[in-house]
Design a protein around this ligand. Structure first.
Ligand code: DGY
Length: 326
């Protein structure tokens, strides 16, 4: 029986679907597999269900001579050397759409937590510091009618924009390579990155990580922001220079931010951990029962499709089909 490696336990529905066709090797431990463990366990596998935290590079691909599909459990795929996978005729897929709403809602959870200082307020109460209503206690920022700047107006960015427009009557600007076809529905305007940074009250980063977006937000970009801006990153850590963020936050006491992603996960910059003005989450953008269950079904379906000789959904490297046709 062909073997499939699942590098971290996913919801049962996906494992059960795969078990009907494959000998499934699931990492049952509550930790990510190390790089060398993946190399060892992927040997002889037909497919791998990888996590967005797994670095699926040339070495890993080369260690699996029979590999036919890398089904990434997530929408981002910067963790995979797709060019190399394609050169080997290996299909690469991801799980878009089903996690859009959940991830957008997480983006909003961060925007609201940061604006109203929810985590600081929670610690304040637990530490026994609450001694009654006070007119100037934990003042935050009202969002209604303010300007939201969306960096990366794809599926998740557009959903956040829709919630901003219809929930908070916000004025929306966005920075994106191409014009968003739904911009009229939310009265959003495409603008330059500098204009977005200078004029927005809330800035949310949802773009994917690639050579162009690495350190897109560095110290010079932070310096353009309003001193009391709310800054949220739910895309990939390396879109933002963490050292620059920390420096800017230290210099501007009114600046607040919320992060779900980090440059070198799971390691987090020590200085960042010390900033009470920063809400830090453990990469849980798509972490709802609904999204994670649907993602499990998609990865399983994609591996099974390739096994049956069919085109998998959400194919990221169309060029493997051209190779196959030769
Ligand atoms: C993804 O799917 O790429 C997200 O980062 C998960 O939260």
């Amino acid at each position: 029986m062909n073997r499939v490696l699942i590098t971290r336990k996913i919801p049962e529905n996906g494992i059960n679907m795969l078990s009907e066709y494959f000998d499934v090797d699931v990492n049952e431990e509550d930790r990510n597999l190390t790089y060398s463990e993946i190399i060892e366990r992927v040997k002889g596998c037909f497919g791998i269900v990888s996590m967005v935290s797994d670095n699926i590079d040339k070495n890993i691909i080369d260690s699996a001579a029979d590999l036919k599909i890398i089904a990434n459990y997530g929408v981002g795929f910067n963790n995979i050397d797709i060019t190399y996978a394609s050169s080997k005729g290996i299909f690469v897929t991801n799980t878009p759409d089903v996690l859009t709403q959940s991830t957008a809602e997480l983006g909003w959870s961060l925007i609201m937590s940061v604006s109203r200082r929810i985590t600081e307020a929670d610690s304040f109460v637990r530490n026994g510091e609450f001694n009654g209503f006070a007119p100037t206690l934990m003042l935050g920022k009202e969002l209604y009618g303010k300007r939201l700047g969306v960096i990366g107006m794809g599926r998740i960015g557009s959903t956040i924009a829709r919630m901003a427009r219809y929930g908070f009557n916000m004025d929306i600007v966005y920075y994106n390579r191409s014009k968003n076809r739904y911009e009229n529905l939310v009265d959003a305007r495409k603008t330059s990155l500098n204009n977005l940074l200078e004029s927005s009250d809330v800035i949310v980063v949802t773009c994917s990580l690639n050579d162009d977006s690495k350190y897109l937000i560095d110290y010079d970009e932070f310096k353009l922001m309003k001193k009391d801006a709310v800054f949220v990153n739910i895309s990939r850590g390396a879109v933002v220079n963490t050292k620059a963020l920390v420096q800017f936050a230290k210099e501007n006491k009114m600046f607040r931010c919320g992060l779900d992603v980090y440059e070198d996960e799971p390691n987090i910059d020590k200085e960042l951990l010390k900033l009470p003005s920063c809400v830090l989450l453990p990469h849980i953008g798509s972490a709802t029962y609904s999204a994670r269950g649907k993602m499990a079904k998609i990865v399983a379906n994609n591996v099974i499709s390739v096994y049956k000789g069919a085109r998998p959904d959400n194919l990221l490297n169309e060029e493997v089909l051209w190779r196959a046709k030769k």
